[in-house]
Ligand binder design. Structure first.
Ligand SMILES: Cc1cc2nc3c(=O)[nH]c(=O)nc-3n(C[C@H](O)[C@H](O)[C@H](O)COP(=O)(O)OP(=O)(O)OC[C@H]3O[C@@H](n4cnc5c(N)ncnc54)[C@H](O)[C@@H]3O)c2cc1C
Length: 420
């Protein structure tokens, strides 16, 4: 079990660490603990997964994958990594509709924080969940289903680990499909909507270098990662004023492209194209912090314009900024609840002290757009503002109080953002 999170900026404070090998052992552990949190693969950048009590990894439980061909679902062990699940699913002729930029993360950990990929018509990873099995505070095993538990189910999927330890999840799957990935350079910001709408999954990268002039370099998107269904026509040579990358690239300047999924239009299976990074290689840059804000899709132009005056400040502590789109959903704590969203992501340098003042300025600039932070990344937004941005926040707080009356799944970060 890791001592620290992937980025190394969080040292888990747990007094005890556990790796049960069976469900009954896990149930006894949860029932007997005063304070307990589950850890997935530790890829979150904040203390959401931390506890001073018991930290439990589910990686020792049987890593089962059960495909139900008739229902088009897969039921999977909580600690399974998306990359491992994807390989098994693909071999069975199925796919997930979307993946995050990296396949290294666990299914339960990613769903708990509403991890997402990109696509105008694609929801976050949690929207694929149709059933959940979890060990609740009293050690009981609870199963909730989308078709049977309705609104309450919608409150239990993106749960930040606050309702119990998830042991298995059932996900919707689709027939396996092929994708071609093209990288284009130099997109004018005015063409942002057209670029996002142009393919199945599109990510834009910018380094904010070039000053605050929105017509200058900061107004230009450096890279467009266009992941299109393999039978869609390739982008024409003069597509939206961009040029084609002539070789594979990494989104972070100076990092090796071999860590990235295949580009240049080479067709390949969905799970080897939808993530940006390859399993078995370091994703992103490694020495970094990340923050991300989800804004109403319609506010994209205004939100980017609000960041323009900070371009030089951002650029000074930034490795890369990624813009993605995510479709609206109905999961109470999903940052996309009730609104199609633009996700503005920052891969910062690893120096938290240097990043903090810039982060505060970014949050101030985005405040008029009701930003919802990525639950697994670094943010300092005012708790009242976060609560106000979620119409079902009070309902979730009530659900957490009902399922965990003694607060054994609580963390300091939860106490700050979800007061009892
Ligand atoms: C390089 C890099 C790239 C990333 N790219 C993306 C991206 O493309 N899109 C995106 O949205 N995010 C991205 N992230 C963020 C990441 O996907 C989330 O932080 C995700 O939650 C990490 O999953 P994990 O398995 O590491 O969970 P952890 O960080 O270990 O845990 C996350 C939360 O889930 C809870 N949890 C874990 N397992 C369980 C369980 N069994 N039951 C109940 N609660 C549980 C934990 O208590 C914690 O609160 C990236 C992170 C990194 C480091």
């Amino acid at each position: 079990m890791p001592e620290r999170n992937w980025a190394g900026n969080v040292r888990y404070a747990a007094a005890r660490r556990h790796r049960p090998t069976g469900l009954d052992e896990l149930r006894r552990l949860v029932a007997g603990s005063d304070r307990i949190r589950a850890v997935g693969t530790g890829h979150s950048f904040n203390r959401l997964g931390d506890t001073a009590g018991d930290l439990v990894s589910l990686a020792g439980l049987p890593q089962t994958v059960e495909v139900d061909r008739e229902r088009a679902t897969v039921t999977v062990a909580a600690a399974m990594r998306y990359g491992d699940l994807a390989t098994r699913l693909h071999a069975a002729g199925f796919a997930l509709p979307t993946m995050a930029s990296l396949p290294h993360i666990s299914v339960a950990g990613a769903v708990a924080t509403a991890t997402h990929g990109s696509g105008d018509g694609i929801g976050n990873l949690a929207t694929a969940v149709s059933a959940l099995e979890l060990v609740t505070a009293d050690g009981e095993l609870l199963t909730v289903r989308r078709d049977a538990d309705g609104d309450r189910f919608a409150g239990m999927v993106v749960a930040l680990g606050a309702l119990g330890v998830v042991t298995r999840l059932t996900l919707d799957v689709v027939p396996a499909f092929e994708v071609r990935q093209y990288v284009r350079l130099g997109l004018p910001r005015a063409a942002l909507d057209e670029a996002f709408a142009s393919a199945y999954s599109v990510s834009l990268f910018t380094d904010w270098r070039g000053g605050a002039d929105p017509r200058g370099a900061a107004g230009r998107i450096d890279q467009v990662w266009r992941k299109q269904l393999a039978d869609a026509p390739p982008p024409p040579a003069d597509w939206l004023g961009t040029t084609a990358a002539t070789g594979p690239v990494h989104p972070v300047p100076g990092m090796p492209a071999r860590n990235c999924t295949a580009q240049l239009g080479e067709p390949g299976p969905w799970h080897e194209r939808l993530p940006h990074f390859r399993l078995g290689f370091t994703p992103s840059s490694g020495d970094e912090l990340q923050s991300e804000y989800h804004l109403p899709r319609a506010a994209a132009t205004g939100a980017l314009a609000a960041l323009d005056p900070l371009a030089d400040r951002i650029a000074a502590v930034l490795q890369i900024c990624e813009l993605r789109t995510v479709a609206a959903d109905e999961l109470w704590l999903s940052p996309q609840y009730g609104r199609d969203s633009l996700a503005v992501h920052f891969t910062w340098i690893g120096d938290g002290d240097a990043v903090a003042p810039v982060l505060a300025e970014v949050e101030r600039a985005l405040a008029p757009f009701a930003p919802r932070p990525h639950w697994g990344k670094v943010f300092t937004l005012d708790p009242a503002a976060v609560a106000a941005a979620y119409p079902r926040f009070a309902d979730f707080a009530a659900l957490a109080g009902e399922l965990d009356p003694a607060g054994k799944f609580r963390t300091d970060l939860l106490d700050r953002y979800l007061p009892r």
